[in-house]
Design a protein around this ligand. Structure first.
Ligand SMILES: [Zn+2]
Length: 338
């Protein structure tokens, strides 16, 4: 905290009520801070323009934003926010200054704005969805994670869920391209290449998780590409690679919108533990030209969750939740184009 305080530079402050309405509440916000090279905007000003009223849950620490559409709980020094009951990970922690909370401008523009008001995003909306790439994680000699006592391999379940999802999406009228349709090894770069060559409008990578020595860890998480100039959820520190402009960064706001809808539908359908909407520069997300998402549907290292994943009914539910997520995302980008 003290290092952050020392680096605080207040370079513009204005009254909060008088600013004109704008298509981009983050860009037009006149109340900015710069802390350690990161630009922040007043969360209350930004969210007020999207119809939110703020009340303190704990003064100086956690702030609740409420609108007709959503409730958002944000806490000082934390990257986690609770958004409509879901766990979302910001790229930078919220900071408390001058009787309000600030959030990073990138989180405002590339996380909250696309979810709350897709038509306000300045980069063009993603094209109409026609072609969807499904990427069943691992395959061949790459088994992925395993539950050895139960004899469960990730690679088999990713393909099974992918096949189920393909059937549902084809029924909805989409053209579907698979990065593999049988038990074979496909490199990460080739997976992105297959999607890009097919002109995919959307990329969905399916995985299951595992962690050694922590058998109680379970739940579902959703990853999207880390926005440019931010660090990934798993990175405590910034890194020079944060500045690289990857193909996956063309769709930063739309990645967030896609990830949000996939996460919301998956958690709603499975009722699993919410491990959050997170960001990572996974190779497949870095290299795809379309909006992309990587799903970690559950933990094979947790016995109860592994047993569920081992049942066709649960894998069908995962596939249905992902198809619902696609539907919700498609609806949201249609709204954005009006
Ligand atoms: Zn995996």
């Amino acid at each position: 905290m003290s290092a952050v305080s020392a680096a605080l530079i207040l370079f513009a402050v204005s009254s909060t009520g008088a600013a004109p309405a704008s298509r981009n509440p983050a860009a037009s916000s006149a109340t900015h801070l710069k802390i350690g090279g990161v630009e922040y905007v007043d969360a209350r000003v930004f969210l007020a323009r999207l119809g939110f009223k703020a009340v303190w849950i704990e003064r100086g620490r956690s702030l609740r934003f409420q609108s007709a559409m959503a409730r958002i709980d944000m806490e000082a020094d934390k990257r986690d926010v609770v958004f409509k009951g879901l766990r979302l990970l910001m790229g930078e922690p919220a900071v408390f200054r001058g009787n309000t909370l600030y959030l990073s401008r990138i989180d405002a523009e590339k996380l909250f704005l696309p979810i709350l008001s897709p038509s306000s995003v300045s980069t063009p909306p993603a094209p109409v969805l026609r072609v969807i790439a499904i990427d069943p994680g691992h395959g061949g000699q790459d088994t992925g994670t395993q539950n050895k006592p139960l004899k469960l391999d990730e690679k088999a379940f990713t393909l099974d869920v992918a096949n189920r999802l393909r059937a549902l999406l084809v029924k909805q009228g989409y053209k579907v391209v698979m990065t593999r349709t049988n038990d074979r090894f496909v490199s990460l770069a080739d997976r992105a290449e297959i999607a890009n060559k097919a002109g995919a409008d959307l990329f969905i990578s399916i995985h299951f998780n595992a962690v050694g020595g922590a058998p109680l860890v379970r739940g579902s998480e959703t990853y999207v590409m880390t926005p440019r100039h931010q660090r990934s959820t798993g990175s405590p520190l910034r890194d020079p690679s944060d500045k690289v402009d990857n193909p996956g960064n063309r769709n930063d706001p739309w990645n967030a919108l896609l990830g949000y809808h996939m996460h919301e539908q998956m958690l709603g359908k499975l009722g699993s533990v919410d491990r959050g909407l997170k960001r990572a520069r996974f190779a497949v997300l870095r290299l795809v030209n379309s909006p992309g998402v990587l799903i970690e549907a559950g933990y094979l290292s947790n016995e109860a969750e592994a047993r569920k994943i081992g049942t066709p009914a649960y894998r069908a539910a995962i596939a249905e939740s992902l198809a619902q997520g696609v539907r919700a995302y498609a609806q949201a980008i249609t709204t954005a184009k009006r």
